[in-house]
Design a protein around this ligand. Structure first.
Ligand code: ADP
Ligand code: MG
Length: 237
C-alpha cells in the first residue's frame, strides 16, 4: 500500500489542525467492528473514499471536524460509521432520545441518509428515524416514540417537533451538519441555532460542506470546538 503521505498527495487531501492522525487507506486499518466491515464488503466497496479515509481517524478521536468535499465523495458514511462507533461507546437508551443527530437540508437528502443509516446500521442493531416536512407529523411522532439511536432531520420539521415537546435532544452527543452550505442558503440558520440550543455543549460536532464561504465559516466558528479541517481537492473560497 501507499504511505499515508503518498496517499494524501495522490488524493489531494489537506488537513488543518494539531496532530491530525494519518488517513485509513484500507477498510482493515479502520478497526471497525466486523459487522460493519461485513456491510461495506457486501456493498461491494473496495476501499474508503478519500474523505472517509481522513474523516474516520479524526472522528474516532472524538474531535470536531469541518470536512469540505464535493458531492458524490462518500461523505455520508464519512460521518455515519464513526457515529455508529460513538453509539456503541455511549450505550444510551434510545427511548430517552437520539444520541446521533444528522441535520440535512431537504427531504430527499434526509431520506437518502436514512436509507444508508438503515442499511449499514442494521447488523449493529442501530435504530434510525427520519423527520422531514411536507408529510404528516403523526407517523414521524410514532417513530420517535418507538425510540431511535439516530435521528436524521430537516431543520424545519425537527424544530416544529421540538416546539411540540415531542422529542428530547438532551442525549445527543454526536451532531452532524450535512450540506451546511446548502442549509444556510435555504435560510435554515435560525432553526439550526434553536436546535443546537437543545443539545448539550459536551458533544462532538461534524460539519460537511461542499463549499467554504464566510457564512459557513461563521457558523462553524460558533458551533464547533477546535475542529480539524479536512479538504479534498481544491477549496473554492
Ligand atoms: P456525498 O454525500 O459526498 O455526496 P454519498 O455519501 O452520497 O456522497 O456517496 C455517494 C455514493 O458513493 C453512494 O452511492 C455511496 O453508497 C457510495 N460510496 C460510499 N462510500 C463508498 C466507498 N468507500 N466505495 C465506493 N462507493 C462508496
Ligand atoms: Mg451527501
Amino acid at each position: 500500500g501507499l504511505s499515508a503521505e503518498a496517499y494524501s498527495l495522490r488524493h489531494e487531501i489537506s488537513v488543518v489542525g494539531d496532530n491530525v492522525p494519518p488517513p485509513f487507506t484500507s477498510f482493515e486499518s479502520t478497526g471497525f467492528p466486523s459487522e460493519i466491515l461485513r456491510e461495506v464488503q457486501s456493498a461491494g466497496f473496495s476501499a474508503p473514499t478519500p474523505i472517509q479515509a481522513q474523516s474516520w481517524p479524526v472522528a474516532l478521536q472524538s474531535r470536531d471536524i469541518v470536512a469540505i468535499a464535493k458531492t458524490g465523495s462518500g461523505k455520508t458514511l464519512g460521518y455515519l460509521l464513526p457515529g455508529f462507533i460513538h453509539l456503541k461507546r455511549t450505550r444510551n437508551n434510545p427511548q430517552m432520545g437520539p444520541t446521533v443527530l444528522v441535520l440535512s437540508p431537504t427531504r430527499e437528502l434526509a431520506t437518502q441518509i436514512q436509507d444508508e443509516a438503515v442499511k449499514f446500521g442494521k447488523s449493529s442493531r442501530i435504530s434510525c428515524v427520519c423527520l422531514y416536512g411536507g408529510a404528516p407529523k403523526g407517523p414521524q411522532l410514532r417513530d420517535i416514540d418507538r425510540g431511535a439511536d439516530v435521528v436524521v432531520a430537516t431543520p424545519g420539521r425537527l424544530n416544529d417537533i421540538l416546539e411540540m415537546k415531542r422529542i428530547s435532544l438532551h442525549q445527543v452527543s454526536y451532531l452532524v451538519l450535512d450540506e451546511a452550505d446548502r442549509m444556510l442558503d435555504m435560510g435554515f440558520e435560525p432553526q439550526i441555532r434553536k436546535i443546537v440550543k437543545e443539545i448539550p455543549a459536551r458533544r462532538q460536532t461534524l460539519m460537511y460542506t461542499a463549499t467554504w464561504p464566510k457564512e459557513v465559516r461563521k457558523i462553524a466558528a460558533d458551533l464547533l470546538v477546535k475542529p480539524v479541517q479536512v479538504n479534498i481537492g481544491n477549496v473554492d473560497e
